[in-house]
Structure formats: C-alpha cells, structure tokens
Design a protein around this ligand. Structure first.
Ligand SMILES: Nc1ncnc2c1ncn2[C@@H]1O[C@H](COP(=O)(O)OP(=O)(O)OP(=O)(O)O)[C@@H](O)[C@H]1O
Length: 359
C-alpha cells in the first residue's frame, strides 16, 4: 500500500502547459480516475508519475520519498498502456517473467510469481502461448499481469481497454477493480469514458486544459457538479441560457427564484429530472423525436424559443412525435461563468413553480 502526493506539478511543451499547477493526493489502496476530454493532460500527468516524462515544476512523492527525478525503473510504480507492447518473440510466461529476471530473482520464485499473476488475470493455462496467438483482451490481461508481477506500490493504467469492444471492456474493468481491491493497490486510471470512471473510481478527477475542474466521488460529481463543464461532461445535461432579474430567472419556462446578482446565467437540468405531460396550450413545447433504449426512453422536446431539451421517460410511456407537452423538472443547477452558483429543486422555489403548470 502506498500514498501518492502530487504537489503543484506542471508540464510545459514549448509554450503550452499540458499540465498546469496540478495537485492531488491519492490515499492507500484508493482508485482514482483521471477523466477529461482529449488533450486535457491526463496521459502526461500519468507519464510524469511513472517517470516517463519529467515535470517542468512541482514535486511527486510516493510515501515519504521524493521520486520527481527518478527514472521509471527506480520508482515503485507499474504502468499499463493502451497499446500493450508485448514482446512477440516470447511466450506469455516469459513476457511476464521478464522484469523478475532483470531483478535476478531465483527461478522457483519467478515461476511462482508468474503463475500467481497469470491466475489473477484469468490466464492460468496460457503461459506457453505466443502473445501473437492471443485476442486483444487476453493481450491486455498479459500486460496487466506483467505490471502486477513486479508488485508495484502504485499501479498506473492509461486507457488500458480503449481498443476493446464494450462488453470486454466492462468485464475487464470489473476484473481490474476486483484485483485492485484484493491487493489494496493504490491506482490511477486514465480514461475519457465517463461510464468507466463512474463504475471504477473511489474518486474522479475531472481535468480540463491541464487543470482540475473537480475532484470528488462519482456520485458527488454527478449530483453536485461544481462547474458547467463538469455538468456537461458527466452524463447527459440540458442547458438553457437565461438572465436573472431581481432574483428570478427570466426564461418563460424556468421562472425560478435564484438568489444571485442580476446577470446572465446557464440553467441546467438532467433528462431524468425533467418530466413531461400532455398539454393543450398552443404555445406548449412539442415532441421532436423519441429514442427507445429498452430500460427507458429519451424524448427530445422543442421549446417555443427554438431550444431543445431531453427528457427521460419510462419505457411504457406513450409519447409520439409532434405531441404538445408541458415540461417540468424536479431539480436544477445554475451556473455563472462556468461556476455553480445555485442548486435547487422547484419545491424550494415556492410559488414560481405554479407558473410552469398548465392553467
Ligand atoms: N511530447 C509532446 N510534445 C508536445 N506536446 C505534447 C506532447 N505530449 C502531449 N502534448 C500535448 O499536451 C497536451 C496534453 O496531452 P495528453 O496526451 O496528456 O492529453 P490526454 O488528456 O491524455 O489526451 P487523450 O485523451 O487524447 O490521450 C495536448 O495538447 C498534447 O498535444
């Protein structure tokens, strides 16, 4: 078990910051996902922790030691990349044993540790196969075993399953989570898949332009996004531009009491927080399209002002394109300049909600 501390770490490429004054502490046995769009600095950060990239500034500590300037082989870290880079001229056993042989461990110990590692990743009988005779998922398992066999204090995974199909990806990430918990190994997992992060992480770090947008457990990231960027990046979100005047939003559909100074705001509500019911008002919203996902339907609604919202409804809900509907919602967020300024439910906004309901 190990504790990782990243203190004000930056990485400059030319004049661009790939990582900008980034700090994070990862506790013993914790699994933290780095999540963010392409180019947000996730891989660069991971490579700096693994020693494959030297920071332009800041300090990286593992337990009490400063590892900032150590080469990869002198760090207690193991890294698994998206492309597994296995040796094709060696069989699975020797791929996994390679690092142990470099350490000149006795043959019997090498055999035992490799067999344990193979067992852990579900490839007990594959030691003598050549790596070219394995499927993509099996190759990633070998790559994982090759890291685990060295018993790293910190496991670094850079989109290890990105090239696999969805079913396999889901299965492997569950296996990784099981192994990680069983070994209690401190882990950083880079992904740009929000499902992956929500399913795996103890905490998620949402990154943007080399900086942190929010660090929190998955349910907090989803339910209490601190920025409009996080709100839009995790899960599906409806955004509506509005202004506040005298503490009330002036959007006709969302006349909510919002205790912030007058000025522009972005209102946001999740599809599952938006309810719709038939309306006979001429100026009501109309259903544009319905997509049936089996477990639920997503209904696209066009508002009179030309904006479009998504609502989640039950699978047996009878909606048809062209129907007039009245949207309502059960919770909402208000952002100003990307920052959350208010979060509420219409119930807390009192009488204004009445103006949403059909007369
Ligand atoms: N070796 C390099 N030389 C110059 N610029 C680089 C180098 N490596 C990364 N960058 C730049 O740094 C920024 C961050 O890249 P990085 O690969 O860390 O992002 P990422 O979040 O991992 O993206 P992705 O999800 O696409 O892998 C990008 O703008 C990228 O172009």
């Amino acid at each position: 078990m190990a504790h990782l501390a990243i203190e004000s770490v930056s990485k400059l490429f030319g004049t661009t910051f790939a990582v900008n004054d980034f700090s994070l502490e990862v506790g013993d046995g914790e699994l933290v996902c780095l999540l963010g769009p392409s180019g947000s600095g996730k891989s660069t950060l991971l490579r700096m922790i693994g020693g494959f990239e030297r920071p332009s500034g800041g300090t990286i500590r593992i337990d009490a030691s400063d590892v900032t300037n150590l080469p990869p082989e002198r760090r207690p870290t193991g890294m698994v990349f998206q492309s597994h880079a296995l040796w094709t001229h060696m069989d699975v056993f020797n791929n996994i044993a390679f690092g142990l042989k470099l350490r000149r461990l006795p043959k019997s110990e090498i055999r035992e540790r490799v067999e344990n590692a193979l067992d852990m990743v579900g490839l007990a009988d594959y030691g003598r196969r050549m790596t070219t005779q394995l499927s993509g998922g099996q190759q990633q398992r070998v790559a994982l075993a090759r890291s685990l066999v060295l018993e790293p204090k910190i496991l670094l995974l850079d989109e290890p399953f990105a090239s696999l199909d969805q079913h396999l990806r889901e299965r492997l990430r569950e296996e990784v989570r099981d192994i990680q918990q069983r070994l209690g190994i401190t882990t950083l997992f880079v992904t740009h898949g929000q499902d992956e992060a929500l399913a795996l992480a103890d905490r998620i770090v949402v990154m943007r332009d080399g900086r942190t947008e929010q660090i929190a457990p998955p349910s907090t990231i989803y339910r209490q996004p601190q920025t409009a960027f996080v709100a839009g990046f995790i899960g599906s979100m409806n955004f509506v531009q509005s202004r506040t005047r005298n503490g009330v939003c002036d959007h006709p559909l969302f006349p909510l009491a919002v205790p912030v100074e007058d000025g522009p705001v972005t209102l946001a509500t999740r599809p599952e927080a938006l309810t719709i019911r038939p309306s006979y008002r001429a100026d009501a919203a109309s259903v544009h399209r319905i997509v049936d996902f089996g477990t639920h339907k997503i209904v696209d609604i066009d508002l009179a002002d030309g904006s479009r919202l998504k609502a989640m409804v039950a699978p047996d809900d009878r909606m048809e394109a062209g129907m007039k509907v009245e949207p309502n919602f059960t919770s909402f967020f208000v952002f100003r300049d990307n920052t959350l300024v208010h979060q509420g439910a219409p119930a807390t906004t009192g009488a204004q909600l009445g103006r949403l309901l059909p007369v």
